[in-house]
Write a protein that binds this ligand. Structure first.
Ligand code: G6P
Length: 354
């Protein structure tokens, strides 16, 4: 218990370590960004013809976020579930950069995908938290996310660190340095701290403790966070949860929506807020409680039963803050249900079998 620094669970401690995790990830790199030079692990990498990101679980959600950042800078980037990579006839060649996003650097499926990429002469890069891990050793390059050790099985601070590392990587790889984004990165740890200090997540968790299921929706940058919000909820509460790109709601999931299925809607600047509010209205009409996670960019409050606020930041970073609100909701639901939060049943921190 000494390692928990007074928190009841490692997960809560690690959620609270996220401002520090961001600072560690950015240490020196933010100066590189300001000087518009790539001196990190991507130095001397030319802009590849295409980029493929391979990952599992939470890291896959970070990979999806990374593809969005790269595509915005004109790089054709695709994220693959590592377990599907070698069976899915993915075209990969010497002009491809394959990025393995893996906290542990040991996940068997991710390692298999990276080895496949190595075998055809692709350039490989590990974005990992563990120095000297298999991924770091076997890839051509390694970029460390520097989150520090994560004990809780459910990834929290390492996800945030992966997101930040991918922001840095996308800028350095393409040479597209956005002054507003760099400024926003500097403010991000303090803003994340304010989310932790002022969150109403515990109240929301108590209100919807008996829900039949929890749904999460978002568009653009927020779509991976919707998936991650649902995964976190499943992992530690054992309750049914699903995340969707908001536009998919009407193609099936809407049939599941009732007054006993709260819908968490991620509505932030630059991530199609108007369209997501359209989806919010659809679920509201069906009696579903709505929890808006928002930076105040719209009038979504009018349709929401609860609002979980995040500070205004660069549109690409709003999902980083929004995710923290969802982590806290899952944590408090699991806590109130008396779950084994740090070691959920049937799950392992690192899965070393395919
Ligand atoms: C396990 C963990 C997840 C993690 C996934 C990928 O399933 O329980 O939290 O996201 O592995 O792990 P990696 O170390 O490759 O990021």
């Amino acid at each position: 218990d000494a390692g928990k620094s007074g928190y009841d669970h490692y997960m809560l401690k690690e959620i609270h370590e996220q401002p520090t995790a961001i600072r560690q990830c950015l240490h020196e790199r933010v100066v590189e960004l300001e000087r518009e030079i790539a001196v990190d692990s991507v130095a001397s990498l030319s802009v590849p013809d295409r980029v493929q990101l391979v990952a599992c679980g939470t890291s896959y959600h970070a990979a999806l976020y990374g593809t969005r950042l790269l595509r915005e800078r004109g790089v054709p980037a695709t994220a693959f579930l590592a377990s599907e990579y070698d069976v899915d006839a993915v075209p990969v060649d010497r002009e491809t950069l394959v990025i393995g996003v893996t906290q542990s650097g040991e996940t068997a499926d991710t390692m298999t995908a990276l080895r496949e990429a190595n075998s055809v002469g692709a350039t490989t890069l590990a974005v990992t938290n563990v120095v000297g891990s298999s991924a770091a050793r076997e890839c051509d390059r390694a970029m460390y996310v520097r989150a520090g050790p994560e004990i809780g099985v459910a990834a929290t601070k390492t996800f945030v660190s992966q997101q930040i590392a991918l922001v840095v990587l996308a800028s350095e790889l393409t040479g597209e340095y956005d002054v507003d984004l760099v400024g926003a990165l500097r403010d991000l740890p303090g803003q994340l701290q304010s989310v932790l200090d002022d969150s109403r997540a515990r109240t929301v968790a108590e209100e919807y403790l008996d829900a039949d299921a929890y749904f999460f929706i978002g568009r653009s940058y927020n779509a991976p966070v919707a998936l991650e919000g649902a995964l976190k909820m499943k992992e530690i509460t054992y309750k049914h949860a699903e995340g969707f790109a908001a536009g998919e709601l009407k193609h099936g999931p809407l049939a599941l929506v009732t007054d006993r299925t709260p819908v968490f809607a991620l509505v932030t600047e630059g991530a199609n807020p108007t369209k997501t509010i359209g989806n919010v209205k659809e679920v509201e009409t069906r009696g579903a409680p709505v929890v808006a996670v928002t930076d105040g960019c719209s009038d979504v409050e009018r349709y929401a039963d609860f609002v979980l606020e995040v500070p205004e930041t660069h549109p690409a970073l709003a999902p980083v803050l929004a995710n923290v609100q969802l982590q806290l909701v899952s944590y408090w639901v699991a806590n109130d249900l008396g779950r084994s939060i740090d070691k959920p049943r049937n799950l392992a921190k690192s899965v070393t079998v395919e």
